[in-house]
Design a protein around this ligand. Structure first.
Ligand code: PBG
Length: 329
């Protein structure tokens, strides 16, 4: 026998040497929830270990992310008051804008202390946390999600986020034309340097279930008229192409684990960085099985994220970002 592939698997040191992919803290992005009016962090039952933050604990967690060398933080806001058009999403003192400012200050503080770059501050640009009906856009009189009327709201929201200090805005509503409109609005407002991370191939998925609890979602029904059908690969590539043509700086595939084929195909054709979002349900499944003792938690987490990277992600959004950074230090 000439070929014995097992030689390269024989010892931990050999396996380490030949690993084709390895994780770095700098490519991980930690999603964080900040809720208006909280006095102490509120645990999210369906996402054990994750919480809705106060502005104070958000600050501390972003500082921890900076010390851990994470690549970014992705902020979501939960307002005290919701309305039909999601006004708090674009209010200068809206909770997400305040969270962005707090996060930027925390990053600056730790950077000054350590002399190393902190996480890029990103914000989710979408209406679902801010509308009383829970949809990602404004509705027509018949209750349909109105694509073009929603674009104006996204543009205003992106500018408000940029004003608050967001370095990356991340439109996640799957409205047609959202990247182009946001790019125009940012440029007109003088924010030519703010990047757009586009949730390009975003599928309608039950794996967002725990997220609904995380943001106290009011949604009745589903998002299938705007998020994509799990059956479709080609359509996901078309979405990514459109976002690239509209000026996306980074494109994303979401969820990650069930869409590694889409991720791989997008990574092959994209000449900008490709991100993948390991979503709340992916997190919850591993946590739940591990809590029962049915799977090894750490090994499962590392395998799931390594696989997302192997499929082609340059950047991974994962709720385990801080813990992984600790493990791989
Ligand atoms: C929309 C948004 C959602 C998630 C990220 N951005 C919810 C949705 O589209 O229904 C889900 C993230 C997760 O499940 O971890 N603002």
């Amino acid at each position: 026998m000439v070929y014995r592939p097992r030689r390269l698997r024989a010892t931990p040191r050999m396996r380490r040497l030949v690993a084709e992919n390895r994780l770095h803290a700098a490519e991980l992005v930690l999603p964080l929830f900040v809720k208006e009016g909280l006095t102490k962090p509120a645990p999210i039952t369906s996402m054990p270990g994750q919480v809705q933050h106060t502005l104070g604990t958000l600050r501390d967690t972003v500082a921890a992310a900076a010390r851990a060398g994470l690549g970014g933080v992705m902020l979501f806001g939960i307002p005290a008051v919701r309305d039909a058009v999601g006004s708090q999403g674009e209010a200068p003192d809206g909770i997400l804008q305040r969270g962005i400012a707090v996060a930027r200050a925390a990053v600056a503080e730790v950077e000054a202390e350590t002399g190393r770059p902190g996480p890029v501050v990103m914000a989710d640009t979408c209406l679902d946390e801010f509308t009383d009906h829970g949809h990602c856009g404004v509705l027509t009189a018949d209750g349909e999600v109105d694509n073009d009327a929603t674009l104006d709201r996204y543009a205003a929201m992106a500018v408000a986020q940029a004003r608050a200090g967001a370095e990356v805005v991340a439109p996640s509503g799957m409205m047609d034309g959202q990247v182009a409109v946001i790019r125009d609005a940012l440029d007109d407002a003088g924010f030519t340097g703010v990047s757009i991370l586009a949730y390009s191939a975003k599928y309608a998925s039950p794996f967002y279930g725990p997220f609904r609890e995380a943001v106290d979602s009011a949604l009745q029904g589903d998002r299938r008229t705007y998020q994509m059908d799990a059956a479709n690969l080609r359509e996901g590539l078309r979405e990514a192409d459109l976002d690239l043509a509209e000026g996306a700086d980074i494109v994303m595939v979401k969820p990650a684990g069930s869409y590694l084929d889409v991720l791989h195909a997008v990574a092959e054709r994209s000449d900008v960085p490709v991100a993948a979002y390991q979503v709340s349900g992916e997190y919850a499944m591993i946590e739940a099985a591990a809590a029962h003792g049915w799977i090894d938690r750490k090994a499962s987490v590392l395998e799931s994220v390594t696989s997302i990277k192997r499929a082609g992600a340059d950047i991974v959004l994962t709720y385990w970002a801080l813990e992984i950074a600790e493990w791989i230090k």
